[in-house]
Design a protein around this ligand. Structure first.
Ligand SMILES: Cc1cc2nc3c(=O)[nH]c(=O)nc-3n(C[C@H](O)[C@H](O)[C@H](O)COP(=O)(O)O)c2cc1C
Length: 431
């Protein structure tokens, strides 16, 4: 490995002056552990302490919501308005638990927009009233936001960042990807507004840019502000790759510290590697070993050619060789990991030491039973498998948060049943 300049434990300086301890970042994962008031709990503390000891340099939290009316999931942490002393104490405990061994914990801040679960969010909102095409999720068409509500949500993002900083998080990341509100504003499919918030790409990007500016003004110049952005939605007439690269150029003037590249929406689950409609049509550059497994690496590399801020690539990284390769061949400055950290919180330390060549995940070994598959079309099998696996990882996160070892022998239907029961309970307590 001597020929590689950058190793997994090479620190990463950020434009604002902070330095991340190494090149492995935990990508955001919604924990679902908040209490009925949206406050952080002892479960968050336990989970972040575990990850903080595991060698990952940057720990991005699951998305913290800025509005209780638009949750991404029941059990989200919420930061709305000024926080009471108890919530501040709990947020601080969560940040400190993750940071006591030198990792940086960043709060991911988001608004679910139309991708809000029906039970917990009776009136979903979006830039325009375009319904989500995803069964069993939000059947109701979202209500188009009024302009005063848009201004209010921008304020809420700034407020949440200020609170996160005060609570001791060492940075924030804006969730601008995966079909949630910011991503909906960027998409011409979902944003059909004719006022200043919709129209051409510049107008559709206004909401994102205003959010970033408001946050920067709230936290000052020396505090890390990151963004998770889709490299594309991979949907016809959606936010395209060309759009994404243009937005990256505009972001160069906004004082961002880290740009995480991902892709897809709930309507198109490429974020988790589901391959439909040939969305991964771009040919990986021959030099890139990462692109064979890390499905957005080729897009990250392109963004990195434009971006003035460091780039993080997330999605599919599993082999140590690919990670080191990506850090040295111009693909990215930071490697993002999510699912591997659901089953092994210490995986980063093992990768850094060279104890393992790859991460163990169960996404390839967990499958639907033959009986479960019987009434499904091939496409539906893939989506059902991915959603079942998602439930599997949600449940292993609960295991760790509650002090158990991750139980990796669950079946997908078993994981789903457990998850549904839990979320029903949380939703009932919310209302
Ligand atoms: C259990 C779970 C929860 C997730 N929650 C979030 C989230 O809150 N915010 C976000 O931006 N992405 C979320 N994601 C997506 C991941 O951050 C990441 O982009 C994706 O899992 C691909 O990375 P991987 O192949 O290393 O798992 C989640 C993924 C999983 C598996």
């Amino acid at each position: 490995m001597g020929e590689h300049r950058i190793q997994l434990d090479t620190p990463l300086p950020l434009p604002c002056g902070a330095t991340l301890p190494n090149r492995l970042g935990k990508s955001a994962m919604t924990e679902g552990c908040a209490d009925h008031l949206g406050r952080a709990t002892a479960d968050h503390e336990r989970l972040y302490r575990l990850w903080g000891r595991g060698g990952t340099g940057l720990l991005i939290t699951g998305n913290i919501q800025v509005d209780r009316r638009s949750l991404e999931r029941p059990g989200n942490v919420r930061i709305e308005g000024p926080q009471d002393a108890e919530q501040m104490r709990r947020l601080s405990a969560m940040a400190e638990a993750g940071q006591e061994n030198g990792a940086h914990v960043w709060a991911q801040i988001g608004h679910a927009g139309r991708q809000a679960p029906a039970g917990a969010c009776p009136e979903p909102v979006a830039p325009s009233s375009v319904p989500l095409k995803m069964l069993r999720w939000q059947q109701q068409a979202p209500r188009a936001l009024r302009e005063d509500e848009i201004e209010n949500i921008i304020w809420r993002f700034g407020n949440a960042a200020r609170v996160a900083k005060e609570a001791g998080f060492r940075g924030v990341q804006v969730h601008g990807a995966h079909g949630y509100l910011i991503s909906e504003f960027l998409s011409p499919r979902v944003n059909q507004r004719t006022d200043k918030w919709g129209g051409d790409l510049k107008a559709r990007a206004r909401f994102l840019l205003e959010v970033i500016r408001t946050i920067r003004a709230a936290v000052g110049p020396d505090y890390p502000v990151g963004l998770k952005l889709n490299s594309a939605d991979f949907q016809k007439g959606g936010f395209s790759h060309e759009d994404s690269m243009q937005v990256v150029e505009w972001l160069n003037h906004e004082g961002l510290d880290l740009l995480e590249l991902t892709g897809g929406t709930y309507e198109h689950l490429s974020l988790l590697g589901v391959k439909v409609d040939n969305q991964f049509e771009r040919e990986p550059p021959r030099a890139s070993t990462a692109a064979r497994e890390a499905y957005f690496a080729v897009y990250a590399a392109e963004a990195r050619g434009i971006a003035k801020m460091p780039v993080m690539s997330t999605g599919g990284f599993r082999r140590r060789e690919s990670m080191i390769g990506a850090l040295n061949d111009g693909t990215c400055d930071l490697v993002g990991l999510a699912r591997p950290l659901c089953v092994d919180p210490d995986i980063s330390a093992k990768l850094i030491r060279g104890d393992v060549d790859e991460t163990s995940v169960y996404e390839h070994t967990t499958a639907l039973s033959e009986a479960e598959k019987q009434n499904l079309l091939p496409d539906e099998i893939q989506t059902a498998t991915v959603l079942g696996q998602q439930a599997f990882f949600f449940m292993t996160l609960y295991d760790m948060a509650e002090g158990r070892l991750p139980h990796v022998n669950r079946t997908l239907p078993g994981a789903q049943a457990e998850l549904v029961a839990r979320e029903d309970l949380i939703t009932r307590n919310l209302i």
